[in-house]
Design a protein around this ligand. Sequence first.
Ligand code: MLT
Length: 387
Amino acid sequence: MFKYTCLNPIASVGLNNFTDKYKETEELADAQAVLVRSASMHDLELPDSLLAVARAGAGYNNIPTDKCANKGIVVFNTPGANANGVKELFVAGMLLAARDIKGGMDWVTANKDNENISKDMEKAKKQFAGTELMGKKMGVIGLGAIGVLAANVANRMKMEVYGVDPFLSVKNALSLSRDIKIVKTYDEIYKECDYITIHVPLLDETRGMLNKEAFDKMKDGVVIINMARDTLVNDEDMKAALESGKVAKYVTDFPNPAVMQMPNVIATPHLGASTAESEDNCAVMAVDELRNYLENGNIINSVNFPACDAGECTSKGRITVAHKNVPGMLTNLTNVFSKEGINISHMTNKSRGNYSYCMFDIDSESTEQLAASLDSIDGVLKTRIIK
Ligand code: MLT
């Protein structure tokens, strides 16, 4: 029996996929698995029972991924599951920046009792006139699941689209329309584009990347769209850029107190993935990932451990080891099997940064003694008996 806890509401269509081997608990201290959306886990005490965390969403800056990895806790996200929801809000963001829809709607609301509204609006409307997107240059920074959809939809709206991503995967490259110009540097985007949208994870390397240095390289009157995370943008530098007119409009799904005092901000309250469809997709994917890990030991879509998928176990036993990525580990681990006279029928070992993961399929059932011997090796973070 596995116990899971939800730190935020998670769509029932996903939770319903937990079988009778699973039980929900209110207590994190009891849980083997956590499902989370935006709740911050940084200050939480992580119990030794905890095996996995699944973020129902793409960003994972609310989870201490390194602290988790050091305890052998695998953190998953759900890349792509809410990408369409975010893309559709991005389309709204572009349109809200290009046309003064909000100003026009506010005028209509203010004139709700005006009997001459039909006549008066024809005079008033010139103050809300805008521009069209067709033919403008859109720069997409970050071509992951969301960035690819944003680039493709902007292309279909007949914008001239530029994209940049130093880590562009083959799969994502193949999903991009051939009209999109892939450039090598952010500077090319800054120099060329009328609209710039950012779709990168918030990491130490990306924090504050849209700053004075970047704005200085951009066209005057550029529109910035941020559906990713607020601190990708340096607030002080954005304030100066908006005040000087360097940035004409800042569209953000991540308002904060500083941003709300700036002129020409169009802000929504983190609504990108707040659609019934995205919430369902994320919940289903998160539960699938947790189940595959808890039941089979397979890791798919982790953000702190390597992908490692040995399928369903057809051998008599399976045991998994999360360990530090240091020399000599494989020898030390396999020596334990030799000493115990256990034959390994299949072994998979994958590494990612400082962490590695090993799956051993063996010709006998795994025992507590085998797990304890593996666990006692220096550098082993977590050993799990799957079968
Ligand atoms: C994401 O990172 O995918 C979104 O922030 C998800 C959400 O709104 O929970």
